[in-house]
Design a protein around this ligand. Structure first.
Ligand SMILES: [Zn+2]
Length: 141
């Protein structure tokens, strides 16, 4: 596993931006590797959630003035692209409208955002399961 991750690092310079994909896979597939404890799955899960939210290359998805969705590259799920107005636009919309509707629509607007969102949700579940299992192993030890 570690060898595969290390060799992938050197294949392309741009591939470094996708380091989190390996962490996501680790958080999900760690269950099948007996030598990986639940603690490491929990660590990988929280890292991959941070990665998807703040670093993964994704289309911005904020509203343009002409009612189209911005297609610029953004770093992560929550902040927008380099355009000042797009940064945190969805966070502001969520606060002002008081709901998750905008975030849900924005997520479903492009599969490039839907897939990472599903991956993040899966790692969150995996991480919670890992923490529960870790908690049990501490209690029963
Ligand atoms: Zn934008």
């Amino acid at each position: 596993m570690i060898v595969v991750m290390a060799s992938k690092k050197n294949t392309r310079r741009g591939a470094m931006r996708y380091w989190g994909v390996a962490v996501i896979l680790f958080a999900l597939l760690g269950w099948f590797l007996p030598e990986v404890g639940p603690m490491w799955i929990a660590v990988a899960a929280s890292l991959s959630v941070l990665y998807v939210f703040f670093q993964m290359p994704l289309p911005c998805g904020a509203w343009n003035r002409d009612k189209t969705r911005c297609r610029n590259n953004a770093s992560g799920f929550l902040p927008g692209c380099h355009i000042e107005q797009h940064r945190w636009q969805s966070a502001k919309l969520m606060v002002t409208s008081g709901g998750w509707g905008e975030l849900r629509e924005k997520t479903l607007a492009s599969w490039k955002r839907t897939v990472p969102a599903l991956a993040a949700a899966a790692t969150i579940i995996s991480g919670i399961m890992a923490l529960v299992q870790f908690g049990f192993s501490v209690v029963t030890a």
